[in-house]
Design a protein around this ligand. Structure first.
Ligand SMILES: Cc1cc2nc3c(=O)[nH]c(=O)nc-3n(C[C@H](O)[C@H](O)[C@H](O)COP(=O)(O)O)c2cc1C
Length: 211
């Protein structure tokens, strides 16, 4: 029988966080939680929902993969001419969300996006399997394309050519530099834990939020 959506509920029982025991720097805590998500064999632990805002103030979200955490922030790769790339070029303020249901944890981040240096994008691009490099070359990401356009054949053709593949200038990485981070841990009876980190004058301030 079809279940009513209102009947779907889950008790969160897997743990807690407290403001006093979390590190002073949220990037450190994100690294710990990510590692725990990997160890818990969460499906796609590095998948994060990235939201950007259009010139007429419409937010838009999509999943991308986190490829590195540095002291400064979070790195992902994409096509700079995609919708997200075009929106970031006008408004670099973005939001990111991780949800690891197996751990009953969510992380929210507000950040400013900066393009990586081209050498940094090269380093990652050329570390990818050749088929992924070719895929990035043939994709005019987010453009409307004809049904008959055979992208697989274009990838095959590129892989057969003798000359080395070259990273397109419009494909590369962004560093997302956080200014706000919030860690959510599900708890029984909906009294979840939330610890927020706000950056002000280069210092992180922690606060506990009501669920
Ligand atoms: C699990 C998953 C991982 C993805 N990883 C990326 C990624 O790392 N970079 C990327 O550009 N798109 C990635 N995508 C595709 C994006 O969600 C999106 O469809 C694409 O980037 C175009 O977005 P845009 O038109 O809003 O720019 C991923 C999608 C899924 C479901």
């Amino acid at each position: 029988m079809k279940k009513s959506l209102k009947e779907i509920r889950k008790e969160y029982i897997k743990g807690s966080i407290s403001i006093s025991t979390t590190p002073a720097n949220p990037i450190e805590l994100l690294e710990i939680w990510l590692q725990e998500a990997i160890e818990a064999q969460v499906e796609e632990p590095t998948a994060m929902t990235l939201s950007t805002v259009s010139i007429d103030n419409f937010p838009s979200s999509r999943v991308v993969l986190l490829k590195e955490i540095t002291k400064e922030g979070l790195v992902f790769f994409t096509n700079y001419h995609s919708q997200k790339g075009r929106e970031i070029a006008v408004n670099p303020n973005v939001s990111i969300n991780f949800f690891w249901p197996e751990l009953e944890r969510q992380v929210r981040v507000q950040a400013m996006a900066e393009k990586l240096l081209s050498e940094e994008s090269d380093e990652y691009f050329y570390s990818r399997p050749l088929a992924s490099q070719a895929g990035a070359i043939v994709s005019n990401q987010s453009r409307v394309i004809e049904e008959s356009l055979n992208l697989e054949a274009q990838v095959e053709a590129l892989l057969k050519q003798e000359s080395p593949l070259v990273r397109p200038e419009n494909w590369g990485g962004y560093l997302l530099v956080p200014k706000y981070c919030e860690f959510w841990h599900g708890k029984p009876s909906r009294v979840h834990d939330r610890v927020a980190f706000n950056k002000s004058n280069y210092e992180w301030q922690k606060s506990r939020l009501s669920p």
